[in-house]
Design a protein around this ligand. Sequence first.
Ligand code: URA
Length: 316
Amino acid sequence: MQTSLFGGADEPPPPGDAAPVGAAGSPEPGEEAAAAEPGWPPAPAGAETPLQPSLLDLAGSEEPGWRRLARALGRQRAGAAAGAAAGAAAAPAAPPSAVPADHPLRRLWPSGRPPEGLGARQRAQALEALRGAALGCTYCPLRAGCRGVVFGEGDPAARLVLVGEGPGATEDELGRPFVGRAGELLDRILEAAGFPRPSVFITNVVMCRPPGNRTPSEAEMAACRPWLEAKLELIRPDLVVALGSTAARALVDPAARITRLRGQWVERRGRRILPTYHPAALLRDPSKKREVWSDFQAVRDAYRALPPRPLREAGA
Ligand code: URA
């Protein structure tokens, strides 16, 4: 029988059992309200990569890529606002996937994507190569303000990947994701749902700690995006949990509001994604535990219902 996070199998949480965080010092990443930052600009209906035209136009410019991304996002947002004012339908936008010409990922793979046709063992090796390249990334200004890049960790062939917002102070110090207070709670949630931490892969939308644990900007998210996409392409999870609003905006809908999206599976690029509240939000508001527990029960059920992996895939 599964023990629940809150004491008994499948039981709802007791109220008021966690102290609020952020009373002193920086808030934990993921703690800020969804409304703290505007969403990605809406894309034209059916557009797979809404930012592509503007990003491709920018190739060859002398400006650093992350700055060009920021400017492109600003232009897109202005265009989207004009469209909305004119009554245009705001379709949920897929996040950008164009890899800028000067992005450091292209030094590892000139196409900006992992090679195709790799077997499971080769993908695990490629993930390590990706880690090595990412650890040296200085592409956006976040790197100058943190101790190091936090790539992520776990099973390179995990069928379940969890994506948070960005490293906090403890993560920055230790170079590992989710090892502070929010991480301890995440570990308990995972255990209770039947997922030992090493059986999943845990990473973040941005790999460098934003100063004061602020929410990463759109440009910072876009700059780190190619690394995240490459990780997901190599790990090939069946299920992804988006922890909090930043992850939901990066993975599901640029205009996502976590309160609306949480608990609903959505499919993006062949992956089933479940947005839920960030563990830091639970530390702040324990009443959210009930919903998160129900979301992780849904993850557990979906995981159990996955078809077995083909033998060639499963066996390295
Ligand atoms: N919050 C996050 O979003 N990620 C971490 O790695 C730690 C806390």
